[in-house]
Design a protein around this ligand. Structure first.
Ligand SMILES: Nc1ncnc2c1ncn2[C@@H]1O[C@H](COP(=O)(O)OP(=O)(O)OP(=O)(O)O)[C@@H](O)[C@H]1O
Length: 242
């Protein structure tokens, strides 16, 4: 998806009151089910330039499903998603190749986004360094540790300077220092005017994000969807979510 946001488009979901940036991601009335199970129902998410949104909820609440819909990986049953600009998506399961090195990934993914191979390699290593990862030339991706493979996943999503970053539990396997580095990157991306959406089970950072979309606890099949729609107020404190 690479649709411009038209100035006269009428959003139904309401917009954050005091955020200056233009809308970069707008998910409107999203509904999705699998078989008889409704997972998402009427979910709204609006993220402007320079904002960070967190998607929280219990296992099976539909967080990854919503992100995949926003990334254009799967279609919603109802509703629509509008993305302005370039999109970077970090899936929960890394889509990487075991017999390529990380640097080969940088070139491959970067050139796919219009970068020159060398520039992509350089930028990939810069982004890796920001996660405290010094990339060597020889190690194959299959031989990376789980946390480092996940860093590769994050770096690949951020290559090509996307306007909208969708990150699905991106720090799995990170040590504490790398976890803090990751959030530093998020604040930098926000400062650069990107829109960042993070699916997370970690509630510590929620008082620092601009929006929290709480998809509620997973209640099991038959209890209806966990999705309750966007909380488009300023982010609640972690205490409020417990
Ligand atoms: N392709 C699919 N086919 C059938 N059911 C699916 C499919 N994808 C997801 N589901 C179901 O939809 C529900 C929501 O899944 P999803 O992965 O979005 O949850 P989640 O909130 O990301 O969970 P977790 O916190 O465990 O990662 C689950 O019950 C899951 O089994």
């Amino acid at each position: 998806m690479n649709y411009p946001v038209s100035a006269n488009e009428r959003w139904e979901g309401g917009l954050p009151g005091d955020s200056p940036g233009r809308v970069l991601l707008h998910a409107q009335g999203i509904g999705k089910g699998f078989g008889r199970r409704r997972v998402l129902d009427g979910v709204e998410l609006t993220v402007r330039a320079g904002e960070v949104a967190a998607i929280v909820g219990g296992n099976g609440a539909g967080k990854s499903t919503l992100l995949k819909i926003c990334a254009g990986m799967i279609a919603p049953d109802r509703g629509r998603v509008t993305v302005a600009g370039r999109l970077g998506y970090c899936p929960q399961q890394a889509g990487v190749f075991g017999y390529l090195t990380p640097r080969e990934h940088f070139s491959l993914f970067g050139t796919g986004r219009g970068m020159r191979g060398r520039a992509a390699d350089r930028r990939g290593r810069e982004l890796a360094a920001k996660l405290d990862w010094t990339v060597d030339r020889a190690t194959l991706t299959k031989d990376l540790s789980g946390g480092t493979r996940q860093k590769l996943n994050v770096v690949l999503s951020a290559l090509g300077e996307p306007d909208v970053l969708l990150l699905d539990e991106p720090y799995q396997g990170f040590d504490r220092g790398s976890y803090l580095d990751f959030w530093k990157n998020v604040w930098e991306w926000r400062a650069e005017g990107r829109a960042v959406v993070v699916v997370t089970h970690m509630l510590h950072q929620l008082d620092q994000v601009d929006h929290v979309l709480d998809l509620g606890p997973h209640r099991g099949a038959g209890d209806g969807p966990g999705a309750r729609g966007i909380d488009d107020r300023p982010a609640r404190s972690p205490e409020a979510l417990r």
